[in-house]
Write a protein that binds this ligand. Structure first.
Ligand SMILES: Cc1cc2nc3c(=O)[nH]c(=O)nc-3n(C[C@H](O)[C@H](O)[C@H](O)COP(=O)(O)OP(=O)(O)OC[C@H]3O[C@@H](n4cnc5c(N)ncnc54)[C@H](O)[C@@H]3O)c2cc1C
Length: 484
C-alpha cells in the first residue's frame, strides 16, 4: 500500500497553503502563530521550494539559491520567524567583479559603491548621490513607464562600464533587463545597497530545518508529497482543495505555486472574468537558470580572497541578452568556505549560476540534452580555472542543473527562477477580487521575488487573510509587514 501522506489530516482548516517555498512557509507560520488552523501542502519531499539544497556522498552539500540577499532579511526573520534564524544571518565580505571593463572587490554597500563610482569611474559625487537618492525614493506608485535603461541614460549617459557595475548583480539577482520598469530596479538595488549582501550561516538545510521546527511549534500541519490538483470554488468562494485523492475544506487558500499554474491549472478558467483571464494570459514568465555544482576534494582549499560572490564575464560589452545566451559569457560564482557550515565536515564548494532560456533546453533528444549539459560543465571549468587554478584535478564532485531541473522540482512553468515579470504582481493581488478567499504569495514582479521578497509577500498575504477571517472568535492579528 502506498504511504498516506495525509494520514490523520483533518477534513477542514481555516487556511490551506499550497507550496512550501519561502512565501508559503512564512504565510503559514504567521497564520499558525496567530492561532488559525493551517494546513501546508508541498508536492516535493522537501520544504523550501527554490530555497533548497542537495547532498552527495563524501560530505558535499550544495545550496541552490543561497548566494546573497539584502540586510532586510534579518528584521523579517526576527519578526516572522525567530531570533535563532535571524542571528545566523551574516554579511558577505568579498563581492568581486571581473570582466573586460573592470576588475574590483567591494563590500557592496552605498559608501563603498559611492567611493568606487567617484574615484575609480570618475563620476561626480553629486551625480552619484542623486542617483542613489532617486533609486531609493522610488516606490510602487511611481511612473512605471521609465525603463531601467532610461534611468541609467539620465544619470550616466554613454557609460556602459557604470551600467555594468550597477546592473550586473541585479540582473543575476532577479532576471531583470534594461527594458523593465525602472521602479523594479530601484527598489531591489536600494534594498541590496543599504548595507551590503548577506547569507544564512549554516546553509539552506539548517534554515529550512529551523523553519520546520517553528511551524510545528505554531501548530501548522505540515505535509510533504502532497500535490494539490485542484482548488475548489463554490458560489465565487474557495471551498477546499483536492489533494492525493482527498477533498479538504477551507475558508481561504494561499497558493505559493506559480501564478499562471494557479489560475489556469488549479482553479480553471471558468471561475474567472474573461477580462481578468486576458490579463493573466499576458503575464510573462521570468527566465530560468543553469547551475554547475562543484565540490573540492577533502584537504583542498581556496583562499577566501577569491571572493564570496564573483560576477565574472568575458563579454567585452554589457548586454542583457548576452546574459541569457546559451553561449555563456557571464557566470556568477558563489564560493562556500567551511565557515558556511561550521557544524559539518570542512568542505569547499563552488556553485556557478547563469540566467538561461527554457527554450534552449526543452524538447531536446536525450543525447543532445546530455551533451549540452556536459558542455556547460566543461566551459564552466574553463572559466573557473582563472580563479581556482588546476580546478579539474582538485574537484571531487561535479554536476549541472538546467531549466528542466528547476521545472521538475518546483513545477514552475518553464523552470522560471523568479516567477513572473512585473505585470504578475497586479494579477496576483487581484485574485481575491475574483474568487473570495483565494490568494497568491510567490515570486512575481521582481520586487516580490528572491528570498526577502518572497518572505515579505507571504507576510502581506497572511495579513490580508487575517483581515478576512477575523471575527469575534478570531485570535490576535499578525504584525504588519515591512515593505520588501
Ligand atoms: C538558481 C537560482 C538562484 C537564486 N539565487 C537567489 C539569491 O541568491 N538570492 C535570493 O534572494 N533569491 C535567489 N533566488 C530566488 C529565490 O530562491 C526565489 O525567488 C524564492 O525562493 C521563491 O520563493 P517562493 O515563495 O516564490 O516559492 P518557490 O520557491 O518557488 O516554491 C514554490 C513551492 O510550491 C510547490 N508547489 C508548486 N505546485 C504545487 C502543487 N500543485 N501542490 C503542492 N505544492 C506545489 C513547489 O514544489 C515549491 O516548493 C534564486 C533562484 C534560483 C532558481
Amino acid at each position: 500500500m502506498p504511504k498516506d501522506f495525509l494520514k490523520d489530516a483533518r477534513d477542514r482548516y481555516d487556511v490551506i497553503v499550497i507550496g512550501a517555498g519561502l512565501g508559503g512557509l512564512t504565510a503559514a507560520n504567521v497564520l499558525g502563530r496567530a492561532g488559525y488552523s493551517v494546513l501546508l501542502l508541498e508536492q516535493h519531499y522537501k520544504l523550501g521550494g527554490l530555497a533548497t539544497w542537495f547532498k552527495r556522498p563524501g560530505g558535499h552539500i550544495f545550496d541552490i539559491s543561497l548566494h546573497g540577499f539584502p540586510v532586510g532579511m534579518i528584521k523579517s526573520c526576527r519578526r516572522y520567524w525567530n531570533r535563532e534564524i535571524a542571528d545566523r544571518i551574516v554579511q558577505l565580505k568579498y563581492i568581486r567583479f571581473d570582466n573586460p571593463m573592470f576588475s574590483l572587490t567591494t563590500t557592496y554597500d552605498r559608501d563603498d559603491f559611492s567611493q568606487l563610482l567617484v574615484e575609480r569611474f570618475g563620476i561626480a559625487a553629486e551625480t552619484v548621490q542623486q542617483f542613489f537618492d532617486t533609486a531609493r525614493g522610488m516606490n510602487f506608485y511611481d511612473d512605471q513607464k521609465l525603463t531601467v535603461g532610461q534611468l541609467f541614460e539620465r544619470f550616466f549617459p554613454g557609460r556602459d562600464d557604470v551600467v555594468r557595475l550597477l546592473m550586473e548583480p541585479i540582473v543575476y539577482a532577479n532576471g531583470s533587463t534594461l527594458e523593465d520598469p525602472a521602479i523594479t530596479y530601484g527598489i531591489v538595488f536600494s534594498n541590496f545597497m543599504s548595507k551590503g549582501v548577506y547569507i544564512f550561516e549554516g546553509g539552506t538545510d539548517r534554515l529550512v530545518q529551523l523553519m520546520h521546527q517553528e511551524l510545528l511549534r505554531n501548530g501548522v500541519d505540515v505535509r510533504i508529497r502532497c500535490n494539490v490538483e485542484k482548488i475548489l470554488v463554490e458560489h465565487g468562494q474557495v471551498s477546499g482543495v483536492q489533494v492525493n485523492g482527498r477533498t479538504i475544506g477551507t475558508r481561504a487558500v494561499i497558493s505559493n505555486a506559480n501564478l499562471r499554474s494557479t489560475i489556469f491549472r488549479m482553479v480553471g478558467e471558468r471561475n474567472f472574468d474573461p477580462a481578468f483571464l486576458d490579463e493573466a494570459r499576458a503575464v510573462r514568465l521570468n527566465t530560468s537558470s543553469t547551475q554547475v555544482y562543484m565540490a573540492l576534494k577533502p584537504g583542498e582549499q581556496i583562499d577566501e580572497s577569491t571572493g564570496d560572490l564573483l560576477f565574472s564575464s568575458t563579454a567585452r560589452e554589457f548586454r542583457t541578452d548576452l546574459l541569457l545566451s546559451r553561449d555563456i559569457t557571464s557566470r556568477t560564482f558563489s564560493f562556500y568556505y567551511p565557515r558556511m557550515r561550521p557544524h559539518a565536515e570542512p568542505r569547499y564548494a563552488i556553485v556557478s549560476s547563469t540566467n538561461a532560456r527554457y527554450e534552449d533546453w526543452a524538447n531536446l533528444p536525450a543525447e543532445e540534452y546530455e551533451a549540452r549539459k556536459q558542455d556547460l560543465i566543461e566551459t564552466t571549468l574553463d572559466a573557473l580555472e582563472k580563479y581556482v587554478p588546476n580546478c579539474r584535478e582538485r574537484i571531487a564532485h561535479l554536476e549541472a542543473a538546467t531549466p528542466q531541473t528547476f521545472e521538475h522540482y518546483t513545477r514552475h512553468l518553464a523552470g522560471a527562477s523568479f516567477g513572473t515579470k512585473f505585470e504578475g504582481l497586479a494579477i496576483s493581488r487581484a485574485l481575491p477580487e475574483q474568487i473570495g478567499g483565494l490568494y497568491h504569495a510567490g515570486s512575481v514582479g521582481i520586487i516580490m521575488s528572491g528570498w526577502l521578497g518572497a518572505i515579505n509577500y507571504g507576510v502581506i498575504v497572511a495579513n490580508d487573510i487575517d483581515a478576512r477571517l477575523m471575527s469575534a472568535s478570531a485570535p490576535s492579528a499578525p504584525q504588519p509587514a515591512e515593505a520588501p
